[in-house]
Design a protein around this ligand. Structure first.
Ligand code: SF4
Length: 383
């Protein structure tokens, strides 16, 4: 259970060894990626200290989660994570059993390094497997092999006391539901507590469209429904549109985003939410480094200018959770009631059967099965 006294920290390490062609996260390719990752971690700790000086009330909270994401944060060596986490412990109290996650790219971590990462406090590994078919990895330019993925997953299993989450991509060009099922089963053979499954994205700038056609929408929906059924039969809860967890194993850090809780983001391109304000660091490593080295924060306010749009952005985030959104609490918090400001569209969506009202007073809204594959269109309709 989280409380408003908890602190959720995201550390963005925007460096990769190469750009994957489907990716739209902010990251750079460095000629010395390991050194860069180590350096960004140490600057992120400096940034946190600057933030504490600007927001001293944060000291009253306890660190509940730390999430190292990227980019490829696992390029950094274990000693850099140790320095970061011990620096953080010098500044802050931690909650009991904090969740400390590292997004781990299989080529960056052998069993030796994995043990050292575990020893410095990382207790959850989110492995970017993406696919167990080497043709898929080559298609998007992933810089690891399927064998490296298997080896890392076996090593994490061998640790015995670390949680495992596996990231998979579905909807590869030409993929059938049967082929997808084989990939999913291979992931399940490593007994992950958590799985994230995202469809391959064909962003315009990713140029994937020049090389292959996206799967037809009905096949993508078949794959999505198969994933839900199969993982549910295996004991996983589809607690968020793209995320599945064994009981008690939801991602505490990511769930906080969907619950619209406060969080602090460190690093170039990272975002923060300290209610009522949203902040964003620039997508620019050079200016972020320049500022932090001189003792300056570079975050800028990132609040939506239109309160109605801001409300819908928050609703879009919160509706991702299968638990739904309590509209009475939501209206109280944001000072606007979606049922009133978009009355006609709201009723249309209810009549179309893409959202439903549940709970004792019918005040909790959640997506129906049809709505789950149409969240973006639902929000567009409300805007
Ligand atoms: S390694 Fe991850 S962050 Fe880097 S380009 Fe590939 S998908 Fe994007």
């Amino acid at each position: 259970m989280s409380s408003s006294q908890d602190l959720f920290i995201y550390v963005h390490i925007p460096v990769c060894t190469a750009r994957c062609s489907y990716c739209d996260f902010y990251s750079t390719v460095s000629p010395m990626p390991v050194e860069s990752a180590n350096r960004y971690l140490s600057l992120a700790l400096e940034e946190f200290r600057l933030l504490l000086a600007a927001e001293p009330q944060l000291r009253e909270r306890r660190v509940k989660t730390v999430y190292f994401g990227g980019g490829t944060p696992s390029l950094a060596i274990a000693e850099s994570f140790d320095l970061f986490l011990s620096g953080l412990r010098d500044e802050m109290d931690f909650a009991d059993n904090p969740e400390i996650t590292l997004e781990t790219q299989p080529a960056t971590c052998n069993s030796n390094k994995l043990s050292r990462l575990r020893a410095v406090g990382i207790n959850r590994f989110s492995v970017g497997a993406q696919s167990f078919d080497p043709r898929h990895l080559a298609f998007v330019g992933r810089r690891h092999t399927v064998e490296q993925t298997r080896s890392l997953l076996r090593d994490i299993n061998g640790l015995g006391d670390a949680r495992l989450s596996i990231d998979l991509i579905s909807g590869w060009p030409g993929q059938t539901v049967g082929e997808w099922g084989e990939s999913l089963d291979e992931a399940l053979s490593f007994r992950p507590e958590h799985l994230s499954v995202y469809e391959l994205t064909f962003y315009e700038e990713a140029r994937l469209k020049d090389r292959a056609n996206p799967l037809p929408e009905n096949t993508l929906i078949d794959i999505y429904r198969f994933t839900q059924r199969h993982l549910s039969a295996m004991g996983y809860e589809n607690y968020e549109i793209s995320n599945y967890a064994q009981p008690g194993c939801r991602s505490i850090h990511n769930e906080n985003y969907w619950l619209l809780g406060d969080y602090v983001g460190l690093g170039a391109g990272a975002h923060s939410f300290l209610a009522p304000h949203r902040w964003a660091n620039p997508d620019d490593v050079a200016s972020w480094e320049y500022a932090i080295e001189r003792g300056l924060l570079v975050r800028r306010l990132n609040d939506s200018q239109d309160p109605h749009v801001g409300l819908l952005e928050n609703l879009q985030m919160a509706l991702r959770l299968s638990d739904g959104v309590d509209l009475n609490q939501f209206s109280k918090r944001f000072g606007l009631d979606i049922r009133q400001i978009r009355q006609m569209q709201w009723n249309d969506l209810l009549n179309m059967g893409v959202i439903e009202l549940v709970g004792e007073e019918g005040s909790v809204v959640r997506l129906t099965d049809d709505g789950r594959v149409r969240l973006d269109s639902i929000i567009e309709y409300l805007i």
